[in-house]
Design a protein around this ligand. Structure first.
Ligand code: FAD
Length: 303
């Protein structure tokens, strides 16, 4: 592959362990960091021409990558920086690059007394990953205060797409596998900075209490079932603490699988299958993954 003319960084044979919060996964062929939108468009066009599969990675906090080789390119726009605010007809708007971390965005909003996203504090992902998954916590959902995104679709360039032209559901959205959220604009409300910070502190403390933050994980593995959190079924099935290889169902939160230090992706996948089987046999409930599994058999079959 000829990368001449690309201004960003192109890394080769990169271990996905370094780029995912679960800290497992084999090597990916290319990891590319565009420097700006023009560079990004150029990179995507070249990959399309060469018929190299590609997708986008934020902070890797909602994915589990398989142990083998991932024969594709992964694009990260985390080095494209942009975060600005404006007031328009009495509305407060913040526009941000899709690669910005949610924590950074929320701290920026708090500093400027802008409210709407604070209950998503400490979700470890980026704005792009958050919108794709329609991340939510403590009753707030990222798409609630979204106005529009700038979306790159294949070779069609970057287009502004209004929220009402998109679909957002429970941990899902109409953002496709090869679409890139280049930027997003949110509409926020003015609120006392102290009140926003108080909410952020509450959220952080609750997360510390409930989540096994001391180990690598991908957050919740399964989606809720008819509003019943998946951890209830896992705990009722007495599965907390179950270990396969270096992967363990957290004692603190049944819907978290943690990496005890030397887990491989196949250990985590085996635990996922074990949980699904036990919960189905005991309660007739089919758990569905909230995390994305990259490079596993099912994914290859669905392409
Ligand atoms: C400890 C912990 C706690 C968590 N708590 C929560 C929680 O409370 N609520 C919640 O909803 N989630 C939670 N998560 C899951 C995760 O953080 C969110 O889903 C987050 O939004 C994923 O963002 P990311 O940047 O890490 O995405 P990634 O994991 O990198 O990617 C996820 C998906 O988004 C796509 N993507 C990434 N960037 C872009 C982009 N710029 N454009 C288009 N697509 C893109 C990827 O291709 C992939 O399909 C938690 C995870 C951990 C580890």
């Amino acid at each position: 592959m000829d990368w001449k003319g690309i201004r960003g960084e192109v890394l080769q044979n990169v271990s996905m362990k370094r780029y995912t919060s679960m800290k497992v996964g084999g090597n990916v062929k290319y990891m590319i960091y565009p420097v700006d939108n023009e560079d990004l468009i150029d990179i995507v066009a070249r990959l399309n021409t060469q018929e190299i599969k590609y997708r986008f990675l934020g902070n890797g906090t909602n994915i589990i990558v398989n142990d083998g080789i991932l024969d594709e390119a992964i694009i990260r726009i985390t080095k494209i920086k942009m975060l600005r605010k404006k007031e328009e007809n009495g509305l407060y708007k913040v526009k941000v690059s899709g690669g910005t971390s949610l924590k950074h965005l929320i701290r920026y909003c708090a500093e400027h007394g802008l409210s709407g996203l604070e209950r998503l504090y400490w979700i470890p992902g980026t704005v792009g990953g958050g919108l794709k998954m329609n991340a939510s916590s403590f009753g707030a959902t990222i798409s609630d205060c979204l106005e529009y995104v700038e979306l790159l679709k294949n070779n069609y360039g970057v287009k502004e797409v209004q929220k009402n032209e998109m679909f957002f559901g429970y941990r899902t959205s109409s953002i496709g596998k090869c679409d890139c959220v280049v930027s997003a604009q949110f509409v926020l409300k003015k609120r006392d900075k102290k009140e926003i910070l108080k909410d952020m502190e509450y959220v952080f403390n609750e997360r510390k209490k409930r989540h096994p933050m001391e180990y690598p994980s991908s957050g919740s593995i399964f989606k809720s079932v008819n509003n019943e959190p998946a951890w209830k079924f896992i705990e009722k099935a007495n599965l907390k603490g179950l270990r396969i290889g270096g992967a363990c169902i957290s004692e603190k939160h049944g819907n978290f699988i943690v990496n005890m230090g030397d887990a491989r992706a196949r250990d985590i996948k085996a635990l996922i299958e074990k949980i699904k089987k036990e919960v189905f046999e005991l309660f007739g409930v089919e758990l569905v993954e909230e995390v994305e599994l990259w490079g596993f058999e099912e994914e290859r079959e669905s392409i």
